[in-house]
Write a protein that binds this ligand. Structure first.
Ligand code: B4P
Length: 189
């Protein structure tokens, strides 16, 4: 496994966070999850958190300028020079273009972009299960379906964006966490 600058995306519930954690443990690079960073800002009660919370609870995307700023600040940190797994960023074409600009300046371009593919009903079932365990405020059925719509409209165009740059690898996200991890390992080798 040689790639160390990896973008991981897919619909909500596809296993991004889960697989990103496993990947960073193997690669020794930081996991950069904009969702985790936004939830940390909400928990800290910061101005950013207050603005983000309502948007996240509605199942919508936090504005591009806010998320790009958060991601850029994190990517500028020293540990990201060794590589990174971007988990849930970019989520729009504007974010993808901004990311290319940031990584060009740092001379650390993306090496591979993994998209986890899985059917809508499996996603809803996984997220409703998580709702019972973690109680995340955006894991209720109405918001989950909204997040899936937002994904199709705003994030799915990234498949074509990264395919056109020959960076895309599609990975089947169905099955157990171990099965998906194995497929990711194969896609990276
Ligand atoms: P995220 O934190 O990225 O939330 P998510 O899409 O639900 O993915 P997550 O990583 O948590 O879940 P996963 O698929 O791993 O974003 C939350 C919100 O933040 C967004 O809606 C948006 O408002 C905002 N946001 C974040 N980034 C943004 C950006 N760039 N731009 C704008 N707004 C942004 O896993 C889901 C569940 O499935 C888990 O419980 C897991 O245990 C389970 N699971 C995983 N793999 C499984 C498997 N193989 N089998 C069974 N269950 C599995």
């Amino acid at each position: 496994m040689s790639a160390r600058r990896i973008v991981l995306f897919g619909p909500p519930g596809a296993g991004k966070g889960t697989q990103a954690e496993r990947l960073v443990a193997r690669l020794g690079v930081p996991q950069i999850s904009t969702g985790d960073m936004l939830r940390a800002a909400v928990a800290a009660g910061s101005e950013l958190g207050r603005r983000a919370q309502a948007v996240m609870d509605r199942g919508e995307l936090v504005s591009d300028d806010v998320v790009i700023g958060v991601a850029e600040e994190r990517l500028m940190q020293e540990d990201a020079r060794r590589g990174f797994v971007l988990d849930g960023f970019p989520r729009t074409l504007a974010q993808a273009e901004a990311l290319d600009g940031i990584l060009d300046r740092l001379a650390t371009p993306i090496e591979i972009c993994l998209v986890l593919a899985i059917g809508a009903e499996d996603l809803v079932a996984r997220l409703l299960k998580r709702a019972g365990i973690e109680g995340r405020s955006d894991d209720n059925e109405e918001t989950i379906r909204k997040r899936l719509r937002v994904y199709r409209e705003q994030t799915e165009p990234l498949v074509a964006y990264y395919r056109a740059r020959s960076l895309l690898r599609e990975v089947d996200g169905a099955g157990s966490m171990d099965e998906v991890e194995k497929r990711i390992g194969e896609a990276l080798s």
